[in-house]
Design a protein around this ligand. Structure first.
Ligand SMILES: Cc1ncc(COP(=O)(O)O)c(C=O)c1O
Length: 411
């Protein structure tokens, strides 16, 4: 979208500010360059090093890094054993990937509405949505704020379902003092450039469960294994009816591997892993600066007529990924579209996170209808994500505040 000259007068910003941006320093560049000069570009030592680092950060026993957050969700639902006929409960206020992972394995996403104040999935709506087909709950830490994990764990356990926390927004967040990544049955991260920590692309799944861990490794790489405990021929003593395999399988045949399930190539490269590792060294700095910016925005916008800020539960010590501001369009007498256009004209390039997933045409064609989750639908109509990233200077933050004030007519 081009700069729009619709507000009149001089725009607050000549150089626009985007709603999110990566922060890359010389250490990051050196970390990636070192990999490029090494023997391994993929499947090398950076992968295990990053997995170890993620375990140390979160307290989880196992980490499996992969191509992106979407792949992480896909292998998580595969590991959880979801299949055709099963149901997966998730929030509509998320990126499509949180629900698409159900469709990849033939399961059905079921949408539970959000809490009107925190904008995270409402555990009571989840409870009401549980059926005997429910096999997973994908709970998204929207904007980085932890979901109500205690309630969701209890609901999942009662339903016999797997609790998968989609923490694409929430690396660095704590719930009741515990790092996100160590609480749900599985937790997924994304390292897309808009996220707090980036690898260009990248993702991870964390778990304490060894059985799930082994399956995650399998599904990350084609369903192929070199782990004798997972090999069917080795365990069944079945040579496949072929002379070729007579005796020629197992641990004394180092070349031997088996495909025992259908997976894809969801591996992460060593360049990406080195970048994520280097970025993780800065996570606490990233979190602190993002908190400062959020506090300043909340101070400026909280209590202003026509503006509604996201409420936080006290259990969440949030590493905030997105700053989403709600505009009370009735009070302001302006549509969201108009506010969005005027902010862009002031040099504040916001975004809308998110269109409720089931309102996309693909989902409508599957039979999902408007009105399913009214709280999420009404939130969607009034939100704009404002600039929030580590490199945002104090002056930039004040420009954003000035632009919002100007657009809503506050002096
Ligand atoms: C909540 C959520 N889940 C999953 C994803 C998918 O992550 P990726 O883009 O790394 O595939 C995203 C990315 O935007 C997201 O915001």
């Amino acid at each position: 979208m081009e700069q729009l000259a619709i507000n009149g007068g001089t725009p607050v910003r000549e150089k626009p500010l985007s709603y999110g941006h990566q922060y890359i320093d010389e250490e990051d560049i050196a970390a990636v360059a070192a990999v490029l000069k090494s023997d391994f570009l993929t499947c090398g030592p950076q992968i295990g090093a990053l997995e170890k680092k993620l375990c140390e950060l979160t307290g989880a026993k196992y980490a499996v890094v992969c191509a992106n957050g979407t792949a992480a969700l896909h292998i998580a639902v595969q590991a959880a054993g979801l299949k055709e006929g099963d149901e997966l409960i998730t929030t509509p206020m998320t990126f499509a990937a949180s629900a698409n992972c159900a469709l990849y394995v033939g399961a059905r996403p079921v949408f539970a509405d959000i809490d009107p104040d925190t904008w995270n999935i409402d555990p009571e709506r989840v409870r009401a949505a549980v059926t005997d087909k429910t096999k997973a709950i994908v709970a998204v830490d929207y904007t980085g704020q932890a979901v109500r994990l205690d309630e969701l764990k209890e609901i999942a356990a009662k339903a016999g379902a797997c609790l998968i926390e989609d923490a694409a927004h929430a690396i660095g967040t704590l719930y009741k003092g515990r790092p996100i990544g160590s609480i749900a049955d599985m937790t997924t991260f994304s390292f897309h450039p808009i996220k707090t920590v980036t690898g260009g692309e990248g993702g991870a799944v964390l778990t304490d469960d060894e059985g799930l861990y082994k399956k995650l490794l399998l599904f990350r790489s084609h369903g192929i294994t070199r782990d004798p405990s997972l090999m069917q021929r080795v365990n069944n003593g079945n040579d496949g009816g072929s002379e070729i395999f007579a005796g020629e399988y197992g641990s004394d045949c180092p070349w031997y591997y088996e495909q025992v399930a259908l997976g894809a190539n969801y591996r992460m490269t060593d360049m990406q892993a080195a970048l994520v590792s280097s970025q993780l060294n800065k996570l606490q700095r990233f979190k602190a600066r993002r908190k400062e910016i959020v506090d300043r925005y909340n101070e400026a916008f909280g209590g202003q007529p026509g503006l509604i800020i996201q409420k936080e539960i006290k259990e969440s010590d949030t590493a905030r990924h997105l700053y989403v501001l709600r505009f009370d369009t009735k009070t302001l007498g302006l549509s969201r579209k108009e506010i969005f256009r005027r902010l862009w004209a002031e040099g504040v390039h916001g975004n809308v996170n998110y269109i409720p997933v089931y309102r996309h045409p693909y989902y409508e064609a599957l039979g999902y209808e408007k009105g399913l989750c009214p709280v999420a639908e009404s939130l969607y109509e009034e939100i704009i994500s404002l600039p929030l990233y580590y490199g945002l200077a104090d002056g930039d933050v004040e420009d954003v505040i000035r632009a919002v004030y100007k657009v809503i007519g506050k002096n």
